[in-house]
Design a protein around this ligand. Structure first.
Ligand SMILES: [Zn+2]
Length: 393
């Protein structure tokens, strides 16, 4: 049966402003008709009509950076090493939480035991209520850096092998992480960031040659500097970008996925979970760097795709509206924020059939009680969520 969302304000993600008194008809899971409500003339008794009066319809939201294998919170890193049955059951629950916040598509950019690949398949098969998930398998990082449950390599051969095996396991994209040495792990005379420019460009080549995108965690000055010049498809976090890094990202067509919820959540836990002063100071440093980087990147023309880092950086799942508010708060135009959460995100993910409300596209839709192009906080006012034309929340 078809569905008619009638007489609604429409923000379709194509770049058009919000249009009032529109209707959208969905058939067989796709957008079948879009136009002024007054121009829809078929028989109303044969369709399910949803009254859209004083409501706004937008494309389903996309979160380009989540980790369903952790619930976030003050001890988020420890949660990644919980017993596997616990992680698995929780991942199903968290993916549904995410969907209920309006996220119909997500990139899960790192999980232990390839939980995200299994989760993506269960979602695709319709066995669970979850966004369409694009999994990156397990993080790839240099031995002695980052988290111990990442997939670790020590040289170019191991790096290539890691990428090939992740691809073979069924990932949708490759995720690598640049970062400094863990405490006590640094060998004598080693460089600050052992996953250097040479190794990273090799990773980029290896992923691209196989037809996969590569996302890169970079969250300190040196890592941002290396990643911005490497040709990775996206820099994740990127909270310490300098002007020259941003210029390189524009040249290389590298997206920024800002994950501002990370420091926002950290600042909250610093106050309620009695964190030591140095952790609070670090979170404040992230906030300052991040706000500057995002504003500069958006002003200089970097493509920005929304990502919360829910699960992976203290941020909880189901709070995509908060991320959008933080982006707007630092000076981004509200419409740019909405694009970052829909069509721009689709561009990064490579989702040609989602991200806008246009004829023939998959009907992933969110119905809101107010217009987010006027006030981004409207993303909190969800009336209904449709995935492939089916009401899921
Ligand atoms: Zn993350």
């Amino acid at each position: 049966m078809s569905l008619l969302i009638d007489n609604v304000r429409l923000w379709d993600g194509t770049g058009s402003p919000t249009r009032a008194r529109m209707s959208v008809e969905v058939r067989d899971g796709r957008v079948f008709w879009v136009g002024p409500a007054a121009d829809w003339h078929r028989n109303r008794t044969s369709v399910r009509v949803i009254d859209g009066s004083a409501r706004t319809l937008i494309p389903g939201l996309m979160d380009c950076h989540v980790h369903y294998s952790s619930p976030g919170g003050p001890d988020w890193i420890a949660r990644f090493t919980d017993p596997l049955p616990e992680i698995s059951i929780r991942a199903v629950e968290l993916a549904e939480t995410s969907l209920r916040s309006g996220i119909t598509t997500a990139r899960d950019v790192g999980a232990p035991h390839a939980v995200n690949i299994r989760l993506a398949r269960a979602s695709k098969a319709g066995e669970i209520r979850a966004p369409t998930i694009h999994p990156a398998g397990t993080w790839i990082a240099h031995r002695g850096t980052y988290v111990p449950f990442a997939r670790l390599f020590g040289d170019a051969n191991e790096l290539r092998e890691a990428i090939r095996e992740e691809i073979e396991a069924g990932v949708s994209l490759v995720k690598v992480a640049l970062s400094g040495w863990n405490e006590g792990a640094r060998p004598k005379d080693a460089p600050d960031i052992p996953f250097d420019a040479r190794l990273l460009s090799l990773a980029v080549q290896e992923a691209h040659r196989a037809g996969y995108k590569i996302a890169c965690h970079a969250n300190d000055r040196e890592s941002c500097h290396i990643a911005a010049r490497s040709g990775v498809d996206s820099i994740e976090h990127g909270m310490f970008l300098e002007k020259e890094d941003v210029e390189a990202m524009v040249t290389n067509n590298t997206f920024l996925v800002p994950t501002m919820s990370v420091w926002d959540a950290m600042l909250y836990y610093a106050s309620v979970a009695d964190w030591p002063e140095n952790r609070r100071t670090r979170a404040e440093g992230l906030r300052e760097g991040s706000r500057k980087s995002v504003l500069m990147a958006s002003q200089m023309g970097v493509q920005i795709a929304l990502g919360t880092d829910a699960g992976g950086g203290a941020a909880r799942h189901g709070r995509i509206a908060r991320e959008a508010e933080l982006m707007a708060d630092c000076g981004m135009n509200v419409r740019d924020v909405l694009h970052a959460a829909t069509s721009r995100a689709a561009g990064l993910i490579g989702e040609n059939e989602r991200g806008t409300i246009e004829l023939g596209k998959i009907a992933d839709l969110v119905l809101l009680d107010a217009d987010p192009a006027e006030n981004i906080a409207a993303l909190r006012l969800i009336a209904a969520i449709y995935q492939g034309g089916k009401r899921v929340a």
